[in-house]
Design a protein around this ligand. Structure first.
Ligand SMILES: N[C@@H](CCC(=O)N[C@@H](CS)C(=O)NCC(=O)O)C(=O)O
Length: 312
């Protein structure tokens, strides 16, 4: 099988989620470091415009969003599993909470408390990504005050999960929910140890974070962004599996546009070649790379036909 190529950068917490998945499954992979802010000219030919981090590339198949990346890694490398069926509903619910409720206050608290350590232009870029004006230093300080209590309330909730003596977040075995909660808390100290004292008092959280850290990142070796583009140009996408549509879904073969429904909503256009409960795939003809298949999760993404466009 073609090698796994991850496009990421060091302080990206969603990338840490995938790095640990690669470690958990004991995988060998290639590491392409991408810029943390737009534009990303050596990533765009692969994704067709999706700018968020990380992105997984396997030949000319490009996987966007960690929720799909984890499922794809599970599909290709089923053991050890991150999706034990008995815990899947609770793990999904915890994951949704961690990534949609827990992480945002942490992000605002951490970024506002580490202003002098932020890469040049990062805050302005993140504001554009969310359709907001760039924040002043005063606005960021106010965000720290508003969000520090929201973080502390939720840290107590995480500690309380372990009150019954469980080893992992959703029960007796590790699941994708551990990665979702972990990457949010990992962000506390991704750049500096300034906020470590917030986590220090929570004994169970600290022990569990130690277990998570020990998983490691598997076996990465560096790859340049241009080599990754060459690999995509030399490959053809894998044949799509059999789709499972609902009657209301966009027809296969339609030229369509997909974008995230929350932030970083840059659109990707292409021909719809696959969809099922978990996944949507668009085929793009890229001027530089030729044919690429861009894969997205179904939930959290908005797919619409482009009226008047004809499939090639
Ligand atoms: N739902 C997405 C969220 C990814 C995300 O927000 N990633 C952050 C970095 S940790 C990002 O894209 N920031 C902007 C960027 O890297 O350009 C996922 O699970 O992959």
């Amino acid at each position: 099988m073609t090698e796994l190529i991850m496009h990421h950068y060091d302080f990206s917490n969603y990338s840490e989620k995938v790095r640990l998945t690669l470690g958990f499954k004991g995988l060998v992979w290639r590491s392409v470091i991408i810029p943390p802010i737009a534009p990303k000219p050596l990533l765009t030919p692969l994704t067709g415009g999706y700018r968020r981090t990380p992105v997984l590339q396997i030949g000319a198949d490009i996987y966007c969003d960690t929720s799909l990346i984890l499922r794809e890694l599970e599909r290709r490398f089923p053991t050890p599993t991150l999706f034990p069926p008995a815990l899947s509903t609770i793990a999904d619910a915890i994951t949704y909470w961690a990534e949609n409720r827990l992480f945002r206050p942490i992000s605002l608290y951490v970024s506002g408390s580490n202003l002098e350590h932020l890469p040049e232009g990062l805050q302005a870029d993140r504001s554009v990504m969310r359709g907001l004006p760039p924040p002043s230093a005063e606005a960021m300080a106010r965000a720290v005050r508003r969000n520090a209590p929201l973080v502390r309330v939720q840290l107590r909730q995480v500690e309380a999960i372990f009150a019954d003596g469980r080893t992992w977040i959703a029960g007796d075995v590790m699941t994708a929910a551990d990665l979702a909660v972990y990457h949010a808390l990992w962000f506390f100290t991704a750049r500096t140890d300034l906020l470590q004292p917030e986590i220090a008092p929570f004994e169970c959280i600290n022990e569990w974070m130690g277990r998570m850290r020990a998983i490691g990142h598997g076996e990465p070796t560096p790859l340049s962004a241009t080599e990754a583009l060459d690999i995509a140009a030399d490959a053809t996408p894998e044949a799509p599996r059999r789709s499972q549509r609902f009657d209301e879904d966009v027809e296969l073969g339609t030229v369509a546009r997909i974008r995230a429904d929350d932030y970083g909503r840059d659109a990707v256009e292409g021909e719809l070649i696959f969809l099922d409960s978990n996944e949507i795939v668009l085929r793009r003809d890229d001027p530089q790379l030729g044919e690429v298949a861009v894969h997205f999760p179904r939930l959290g993404y908005d797919l619409r036909p482009i009226s008047g466009a004809a499939a090639s």
